[in-house]
Design a protein around this ligand. Structure first.
Ligand code: NAP
Ligand code: ZN
Ligand code: ZN
Length: 351
């Protein structure tokens, strides 16, 4: 074991503060990574504050990790010391169940091991995330970063990127389709970029009219303000596919009316109760689907990064120092992010 500097939450109500964590010594299949950048996902905030009633403390959040490989175990084949590598939301899974064998480790029947707020498999040791100097991860859960991408703007691809890319691919979004991305934050801005790159006509559906100009710059063809009932009524039955990134429980009904016959809305944001429940007629009248999606498997995460390399897609980021992370959480709560905070981890060394 060796000790590294980190930032941790110690309870649902206390701010994150400097903290030392123990990392395991790299085993034969492990990669030790010196973390350069870590994105700040709204899930970090949810978990630090125990919004999902499953938080384990002390908690070192962070699952959008880009760094430099410092050391590899004897059986590691895909990485060498000095390579740039990335880690997302999970660091392990059972590898034997049906989802794991299908490359869907995120849906592992035994539950995948999350990068933080979880326990290492077969042990009581907590996992600690990317708000730290270094991380040790098995090679299977480490991905390569295309050389042309700006590293700090690549970090958010590891969660916000794959979480939006995966459902767009699974539901075969492409040319000729009308797609709405709901919520212009970290996930939403990646959803707009991906849906556009996949050839769809993209509408940004937002509660914040002042983000409209940005939405068009990010690639949206149109902006729809969800609080404008008349504008919503005009777009009734207009969409083949909706990607819903709203981070809290909410009324799905106004969004369901936007779908065409056979349209689908995929939820990636709200984990808690959706109230009021969807009205039956909003689903039945039009054979509509409501579905959910969680991150993506390791092969698909690599595919997404390669897609980003090919299309030169990265996040729009606001860089912060680790000491500013509590303030960044407050700004996330106010929908005040343009469009992902990324921590420069050099600031942790200096802290
Ligand atoms: P974020 O950057 O805070 O963006 C969320 C956006 O949703 C806000 O900017 C706002 O956009 C909109 N919004 C917020 N509150 C709303 C409300 N009450 N009603 C309507 N719209 C609202 O968050 P994020 O990092 O993108 O994460 C979004 C959610 O996805 C979080 O709950 C996170 O935990 C979850 N998540 C899920 C997965 C997964 O695998 N499924 C992965 C990562 C994150 P406008 O200002 O445009 O309205
Ligand atoms: Zn995340
Ligand atoms: Zn499994």
């Amino acid at each position: 074991m060796f000790k590294v500097k980190a930032f941790a939450a110690h309870s649902a109500t206390s701010p994150l503060t400097p903290f030392g964590v123990e990392r395991r010594d790299p085993g034969p299949h492990d990669v030790r990574i010196e973390i350069l950048y870590c994105g700040v996902c709204h899930s970090d905030l949810h978990q630090a504050r125990n919004d999902w009633s499953n938080s384990l403390y002390p908690m070192v959040p962070g699952h959008e990790i880009v760094g430099r490989v410092a050391e590899v175990g004897a059986h590691v084949t895909r990485f060498n010391a000095g390579d740039i590598a990335a880690v997302g939301c999970m660091v392990d899974s059972c590898r034997r169940c049906e989802p794991c064998e299908a490359g869907l480790e995120q849906y592992c029947a035994e539950g995948c091991t999350l990068t933080y707020n979880d326990r290492e498999r077969g042990s009581k040791n907590l996992t600690f995330g990317g708000y730290s100097e270094q991380i040790v991860v098995e090679e299977r859960f480490v991905v390569k970063v295309p050389a042309n991408l700006d590293l700090k703007a690549t970090a958010p691809l590891l969660c916000a990127g794959i979480t939006t890319y995966s459902p767009l691919r699974h539901w075969k979004v492409g040319p000729g389709q009308s797609v709405g991305i709901i919520g212009l934050g970290g996930l939403g801005h990646m959803g707009v970029k991906f849906a556009k790159a996949m050839g769809a006509r993209v509408t940004m559906i937002t509660t914040s009219p002042e983000k409209g100009k940005d939405a068009l710059r990010l690639g949206a063809d149109e902006v729809l303000v969800s609080r404008d009932a008349e504008a919503m009524a005009r777009r009734r039955g207009a969409f083949d596919f909706l990607l819903n990134t709203i981070p809290v429980g909410h009324d799905l009904n106004p969004y369901l009316t936007l779908l065409k016959t056979d349209g689908a809305m995929v939820l990636v944001g709200a984990l808690t109760a959706l109230e009021p429940a969807p009205m039956g007629h909003n689903l039945i009248g039009g054979r509509k689907t409501v579905a959910g999606s969680m991150i993506g498997g390791m092969a698909e995460t690599q595919e997404m990064l390669d897609f980003c390399g090919k299309h030169n897609i990265v996040s729009d980021v606001e860089m912060i120092r680790i000491g500013e992370v509590n303030e960044a959480y407050e700004r996330l709560l106010k929908n005040d992010v343009r469009y992902r905070f990324v921590i420069d981890m050099a600031s942790l060394k200096a802290s």
